[in-house]
Write a protein that binds this ligand. Structure first.
Ligand code: PHB
Length: 362
């Protein structure tokens, strides 16, 4: 029987325990969308996590959707992330980077030359983003042409290579929460014809090509992926048959030999088992995936211990608890009380509510 506190090897990455810091957008990148010194300190403080998944980072200038999120496409960004990975490794931790393309969840003011966001569709969701001017509705997207897909895949490939050059132990591809890859997967959004629209196999094609390209570039054992089959985040309805769609996706991912699959159960930022939600059999997906299985969304200490002990997951990712508890691993081990999170300090701002949460030792 495994414990939450036991080491585990996932692909090529050896972890000290099964407690994962989930990717968390904090909007504190400095000029040039680089992680700055505060971000180095933030991740250093959390290095006792078995694995840190560093916040979603845009793979190209067109992949950004919110103000002051970091990127992984420029040499300056790679240098900034190198400070982060060095600090985490010096503190004994492991860290991967989440690779992000927001697709239609963006605003022209954040994009090169005021471009329209790109997506699988030209339909605009009733979603909001955060720009230099504050909260604002997302801009109307432009549907990508099929002949633009190869260069999009190249952007992912280059971003993965940059992440390794920046010292990360691997990458997690963000295919969740209604961002670009999810916009291709779901028939509630994807209204294309041709090789990337229509059937499940066609809608999954972009994700699978991205995963193969990254696995070829940096090794499957350093590559993970995040899915959220039942999330309706950002005015993005469920697929008409999420079980069939995500079963196909997992079956196709299985032979790649990925380090892990990370699934957000239930509604992102909401309930893991929403009242009146359509049922979804996560365990059926788990049974088809040979790599490490990581779950997320509001797990209590008791649920996390029980889930790992029962073999229902190999790793538990915690989001909000890691924001306010840099020493979350120790607190879970000792069953110590947790600090409250300051919700008004999540997105943007300075050190307050970012690097000033006390540890038990403090
Ligand atoms: C957010 O910025 O609110 C955000 C970013 C990435 C996610 C979810 C939410 O996956």
């Amino acid at each position: 029987m495994s414990s939450l506190f036991d080491p585990i090897k996932i692909g090529d990455i050896a972890l000290a325990n099964r407690i994962v810091m989930a990717p968390l957008t904090r909007n504190r990148a400095i000029e040039g969308n680089r992680p700055g010194p505060m971000t180095v300190e933030y991740y250093r403080q959390r290095a006792s996590a078995g694995l840190i998944i560093a916040e979603a980072s845009q793979i190209s200038p067109m992949a950004q959707g919110y103000l002051d999120t970091p990127g992984i496409y420029s040499p300056e960004q790679v240098a900034g992330w190198r400070q982060v990975t060095d600090a985490v490794h010096a503190a004994g931790g492991k860290i991967v980077l989440q690779l992000w393309h927001v697709g239609r969840i963006s605003h022209s003011s954040l994009l090169p030359d005021g471009a329209a966001p790109v997506s699988s569709t030209s339909k605009r969701p009733e979603a909001m983003t955060f720009t230099r001017e504050g909260f604002s509705p997302v801009s109307t997207p432009r549907a990508l042409r099929d002949d633009e897909i190869p260069s999009l895949i190249d952007d992912y490939r280059r971003a993965a290579r940059n992440a390794i050059a920046a010292g990360f132990d691997g990458v997690e591809v963000h295919s969740a929460n209604s961002y670009l890859l999810d916009q291709f997967l779901r028939d509630s959004v994807n209204d294309r014809n041709g090789p990337y629209g229509g059937s499940i196999a066609n809608r999954a094609r972009l994700l699978l090509e991205v995963m193969q390209a990254i696995a070829d570039e940096i090794g499957a054992g350093r590559t993970g992926v995040r899915l959220s089959p039942m999330t309706t985040f950002s005015d993005t309805p469920l697929d008409s048959d999420p079980q069939a769609l995500f079963s196909y996706v997992v079956d196709q991912l299985a032979p790649l030999g990925l380090a892990y699959l990370h699934v957000i159960e239930g509604e992102t930022g909401g309930a893991r088992i929403p009242p009146n939600a359509k049922p979804f059999d996560y365990e059926a997906l788990h049974q088809h995936f040979p790599g490490a299985w990581m779950v997320n969304n509001g797990f209590s200490r008791g649920e996390a211990l029980e889930t790992v002990a029962a073999g229902k997951a190999d790793l538990i990712a915690f989001g909000r608890p890691f924001i306010s508890n840099p020493d979350l691993v120790r607190r879970l081990r000792d069953d110590a009380p947790l600090n409250e999170m300051q919700a008004d300090k999540l997105y943007g701002g300075g050190a307050e509510g970012y690097i000033d949460y006390p540890t038990l030792a403090d």
